[in-house]
Unconditional design. Structure first.
Length: 143
């Protein structure tokens, strides 16, 4: 493979040096040495950085991503965890699409006011129930 210093890694990855150092501190990536004050990394770290970016975009915490990286920098992805995350994303997408449709309706609604629009009122009820459910989950035992 080869090695690159941190400034080259920043240029190739587009990730700030401070983030790269943070990822190293959190054991997500590992430098292989130094040239003067600059850290050196194996070029395979570019794949690791892309994997970290994908994991973050999917909503995984850095700790979850770190647990998927082996000491050799390879990926050990738990397929069950991926399916759970995919299901979670699908539910979020479904909710967002429903909200989008209601908002579009409300924007185009011909009712004299939103308080007179049944579909907008339905959106308010759904939002209220969802907020109450989230509050109950976040604060069990509180009314």
């Amino acid at each position: 493979m080869g090695s690159i210093d941190i400034s080259q890694l920043v240029k190739k990855s587009g990730i700030p040096a401070s983030t790269i150092r943070y990822y190293e501190e959190k054991a997500l990536i590992k430098s292989v040495g130094r040239v003067g004050l600059k850290r050196l990394f194996d070029t395979k770290v570019l794949d690791q950085l892309e994997f970290i970016a994908l994991g973050q975009r999917a909503g995984f915490a850095l700790g979850d991503i770190q647990s998927m990286l082996t000491t050799q920098g390879r990926f050990e992805v738990n397929r069950d965890v991926l399916l759970e995350k995919a299901d979670e994303i699908a539910k979020s997408v479904k909710q967002l699409v429903a909200i989008q449709r209601c908002l579009e309706h409300a924007a185009k609604c011909t009712a004299p006011s939103h308080s007179e629009c049944p579909k907008f009122q339905q959106l308010l009820r759904i939002a209220g129930k969802d907020q109450a459910r989230k509050h109950k989950v976040a604060n069990p035992g509180r009314g």
